[in-house]
Design a binder for this molecule. Structure first.
Ligand SMILES: Cc1cc2nc3c(=O)[nH]c(=O)nc-3n(C[C@H](O)[C@H](O)[C@H](O)COP(=O)(O)OP(=O)(O)OC[C@H]3O[C@@H](n4cnc5c(N)ncnc54)[C@H](O)[C@@H]3O)c2cc1C
Length: 434
């Protein structure tokens, strides 16, 4: 056996990479993480889901989460026309076990998790990009290039690709498929001094849904707010204006947002991201697994990205550990990994497709009903309940049925989703989900 052979090499030190690294290193495996950036570095993806709490517990970072980041107790979704809004609290979700999640500065969150991987015994090389990859039958070989232009070769028995939207293995093996109906463009920045309600309602993620766009407001600290816009890539291109102009125009024409931003000041540059929503057709090979965004990414609307990244990385780490202990069971373990990760991805895909299907999602969502506990089931999906229990699934089928039926028979009042004209106040209704 080679002396320099690692048990597991991991590409990428984001939430997926650092989760897998910490768990495998703690199990006594020789693990190396190759990360092309030096942390802390900016990253988008700031609003987390309550279901992450068991992974934070397992990683031993629960107390750090509480001391470093703001709690989030739920969310608020409002129609751009200003006529309806709905607040939901995680405590009210179907058989809810967690009443809060967190909203994080990703620079600090990712650095804390990467440091945790180091403390647990993983070797972490920052400013080290993987530039070439060879996937053999017995081992994987990675060529790296560091900031000082030095090259090196790393060999490992297994590879977990956690390279995020770079999807290194997916691109190499041509496994990546984009969702053409979800080709969106996003523009975002951080602001100080955006007004927000007192108490728990001041912690909620706020989403304003327009006809062909939506805007998020994510409180990151008691004074800092992340504000972002998501719209069809084609619609953005047709405007022929810069991302900054587009963001400013969208904020300005939406009173539900601009009224809270009268005293605010932008404290970061305006950034953008495009071409997301894809999946890889295969999530494993003889010597590799894909996790996090490197496996799939389905639109940021329900803040499921970091949850999906850490959940899949936890499963990937457990799968590799089981294979290293029982090599003869590798095939079945890898298949079961892919099946369980795809199941969660499909659940969010259905939800996201419903959100973008037209006005009907909002019309139904804005009128939550106690009937058959459909609203708490939707709430539990918003909290990241990926248990896939039948009790939640059949309620979600009913919800999707109502959204489809609403197109033909309006059970709920119609919404224009157009911002009211200046000086014209919209009649307001609000609801809290059960
Ligand atoms: C507009 C937008 C808004 C979002 N909002 C949310 C949100 O509110 N909540 C949420 O949960 N998610 C959100 N997401 C999704 C979230 O950003 C991702 O799902 C999450 O970061 C995935 O984690 P990861 O570890 O898989 O990948 P990443 O966090 O992207 O980490 C991958 C790492 O791999 C490294 N890397 C890449 N290539 C190489 C290489 N060749 N060599 C070495 N290292 C490499 C990168 O530097 C990076 O650090 C959003 C995404 C977008 C686009």
């Amino acid at each position: 056996m080679q002396d320099d052979l690692y048990d597991v090499a991991i590409i990428g030190g984001g939430p997926a990479g650092s989760t897998a690294a910490a768990l495998l290193a703690r199990a006594g495996r020789r693990v190396i993480v190759l990360e092309r950036e030096r942390f802390p570095r900016f990253h988008i993806g700031e609003s987390l889901l309550p279901s992450l709490s068991s992974i934070f517990e397992r990683l031993g970072v629960r107390q750090k989460m509480d001391s470093m980041f703001m709690r989030k107790y739920g969310g608020e979704i409002a129609a751009a026309c200003g006529t309806r809004d709905v607040r939901f609290y995680f405590k009210d979700g179907f058989r809810s076990r967690n009443d809060h999640a967190y909203q994080v500065s990703r620079a600090e969150f990712d650095q804390m998790l990467l440091e945790n991987a180091r403390v647990n015994g993983a070797e972490v090389r920052e400013e080290t990009a993987v530039v070439k990859l060879s996937l053999g039958k017995e081992q994987v070989t990675l060529e790296t290039s560091s900031a000082s232009q030095q090259t090196a070769t790393v060999t490992a028995r297994y590879l977990i690709d956690c390279s995020g939207r770079q999807t290194i293995v997916g691109n190499l093996l041509k496994l990546k498929r984009s969702y053409q109906n979800l080709q969106k463009f996003s523009i975002f920045a951080h602001y100080e001094n955006v007004d927000r309600p007192e108490g728990i309602d001041g912690t909620l993620i706020r989403m304003i849904r327009g006809l062909n766009h939506w805007i998020w407001m994510i409180p990151l600290t008691p004074t800092k707010m992340s504000v972002g816009l998501v719209m069809d890539t084609a619609v953005f291109r047709a405007q022929k204006i810069s991302p900054q102009e587009m963001l400013e125009r969208s904020i300005d024409e939406q009173p539900l947002i601009s009224e809270r931003m009268l005293r605010s000041e932008r404290v970061t540059s305006v950034q953008s991201a495009g071409d997301y929503s894809y999946r890889n057709t295969q999530l494993y090979g003889a010597r590799f697994l894909l996790a996090g965004d490197a496996a799939a990414f389905i639109d940021p609307v329900f803040s499921s990205g970091v949850y999906f990244a850490m959940m899949s990385a936890e499963k990937a780490a457990d799968t590799v550990e089981a294979i290293l202990c029982h090599p003869g069971r590798a095939r079945g373990l890898l298949r079961s990994y892919q099946r369980s990760v795809n199941r969660v991805m499909k659940m969010y895909l259905s939800f996201v497709n419903s959100w973008y299907s037209g006005r009907e999602f909002m019309e139904v969502f804005m009128n939550p009903t106690d009937i058959l506990q459909i609203a708490p089931a939707v709430n539990s999906l918003l909290a990241g309940d990926a248990s896939g229990s039948f009790a939640v699934r059949w309620r979600m089928w009913l919800f999707y049925f109502f959204v489809r039926a609403q197109r033909y028979v309006p059970f709920s009042p119609r919404l224009t989703l157009e911002p009211p004209k200046r000086g014209q106040e919209a009649p307001k209704g609000s609801a809290v989900t059960a």
